[in-house]
Design a protein around this ligand. Structure first.
Ligand SMILES: *Cc1c(COP(=O)(O)O)cnc(C)c1O
Length: 476
């Protein structure tokens, strides 16, 4: 068998640097309480990853409760402070779709946040966790009547309406149950942000929201304001937008805020309608690899507050109550996934500069516990977790065990040359949009999620068993 060649590889992407020390952890990708022990092993809040893998199995999602809470608090404090002068107040809604279970819903409440849901199932988790209805929001471009009814029965703080027909449906369901539905309108400001870029256009071509642009006559957004204010069982709270995800700069939020406030001013002068709340959505970026450099939350918050304040003054609008909906930026870095290495092999690839080697490290999970690399070409990093190694780093690809050649966990990482079967790898920043997107492809049971706090680990979602999977097959 070929032994892998260490050192810089011609197959490595431009952003990936050869580490001086492949054992080192880049702080921004990890929960703050993850460290490498002097003896070499990775540990979280004093618990070694070896212990965790032995007790709970692998793959395993390991979530730092303290880190989650810290990031939740940081958002609340940063936005409270930044918008304090404006005076309208701020609500932070944790986007439950990024990761949700009853335990996490309770932490969100403890930290003074609210909770966004986008399905009946997410509402049910919130209800079972004891979240007061008033602290909940419900999103979705195709809510069922049953979901709207459940939301109204729970007394949700707001339903974010996504279309004109939905406003009518909310009105009739609320009327039938004798309730008043609190409603925000999801508008599409023509701003799309993705990672380092944002694009501002006049029109939208996507399934979400009500357009601010109308070809002739009132725009869908304007019609929605009229419909919602005319509806007897709807209390129109304000307007909402969500411009994208994994955003690192504030310009996209700023342009969206300008457009929404411009719309508010128009509704006020044209119809005397006051849109008292402005939700600027989520999408705050995190570091998955060394290529990502998120800015401090407080800076982004201050820049957004400055734009909102300036626009309100210019348009002579009273300060709206602000809300934001971070998901990824709270839970993403709080969690890492532990995998055990099985097969190790090195292949020779015809690179641009002649043949080059790539080492494949197969682990005991893959696209069933993290489909983001397959879905979005998402990049991740990894470290050898059960020990430190003095072997020189080798360009490696961490792959899963599924019957798909695209089943990649970490496309490119430099890992020590002596990684072998039985070692543990840890992949950081897997808290958001991994477990919630997990599948049972190839009949793999979905992994457990354990939360670590004060040096103890406890299961907050247990692992599935093969029997769980078979339990839905009446012939099994
Ligand atoms: C997905 C989503 C969010 C959260 O996005 P993150 O990138 O996780 O911060 C917030 N609001 C809405 C409406 C969403 O769809």
């Amino acid at each position: 068998m070929l032994s892998p060649t260490s050192g810089p590889s011609p197959l490595a992407p431009d952003w990936l640097s050869l580490p001086d020390d492949p054992n080192a952890l880049r702080a921004q990708e990890w929960a703050h309480d993850v460290v490498r022990h002097p003896a070499g092993e990775l540990a979280i809040d004093g618990l070694s990853v070896q212990q965790l893998a032995e007790e709970f199995g692998s793959p395993l999602f390991v979530l730092s409760e303290a880190d989650f809470r810290r990031r939740a608090r940081e958002f609340r404090n940063a936005f409270d402070e930044a918008f304090a002068e404006l005076g309208g107040g701020v609500d932070v809604y944790y986007a439950g779709k990024s990761f949700l279970c009853t335990e996490v819903a309770r932490w969100v409440m403890d930290e003074g946040l609210r909770l966004d849901t986008c399905s009946g199932g997410e509402l049910l988790v919130a209800q079972r966790a004891g979240v007061p209805g008033a602290k909940l929001g419900l999103h979705g471009n195709n809510k069922s009547d049953a979901e709207i009814r459940r939301a109204l029965d729970l007394g949700v703080g707001r339903i974010v309406a996504d279309s004109l027909p939905e406003i009518q449906r909310i009105e009739s369901i609320a009327a039938a149950s004798g309730r008043i539905a609190k409603v925000m309108l999801r508008l599409t400001p023509g701003v799309h942000a993705h990672t380092h870029e944002f694009i501002a256009t006049a029109h939208e071509d996507q399934k979400f929201g009500l357009s601010l642009a109308g070809s002739d006559g009132p725009s869908p957004a304007e019609q929605a304001v009229l419909a919602a204010t005319a509806a007897e069982h709807i209390e129109l709270l304000g307007i909402h937008c969500h411009i994208g995800s994994q955003i690192f700069e504030s310009e996209g939020f700023a342009v969206a805020a300008q457009r929404l406030l411009g719309f508010s001013a128009k509704m006020k002068s044209r119809y005397g309608v006051e849109l008292g709340e402005l939700d600027l959505g989520g999408g705050y970026g995190i570091a998955y690899t060394e290529a990502d450099n998120p800015r401090p939350t407080a800076e982004i918050a201050r820049e957004m507050a400055a734009v909102v304040a300036e626009e309100c003054t210019r348009l002579a609008l009273p300060a709206p109550r602000i809300s934001i909906e971070p998901g990824r930026a709270i839970v993403g870095p709080s969690t890492f996934t532990l995998y055990r290495v099985g097969t190790v092999k090195t292949v020779v690839v015809d690179g641009a500069a002649g043949p080059a080697e790539r080492r494949y490290l197969s682990v005991d999970g893959g696209m069933s516990d993290n489909p983001r690399p397959v879905l979005y070409d998402a990049d991740y990093s990894a470290v050898l977790a059960n020990r430190a190694s003095s072997a020189a780093p080798v360009l490696s690809r961490v792959v899963g065990k599924h019957c798909e050649s695209g089943d990649i966990v970490v496309r490119d990482a430099y890992l020590p040359g002596d990684v072998r079967a039985g070692d543990l790898l840890a992949v950081p920043a897997t808290g958001a949009y991994c477990w919630v997107l997990a599948s049972n492809y190839n009949y793999l049971p979905r992994p457990a999620v354990v939360a670590v706090r004060d040096g103890a680990a406890r299961v907050i979602v247990r692992a599935e068993t093969e029997e769980d999977l078979l339990s839905r097959d009446p012939g099994a």
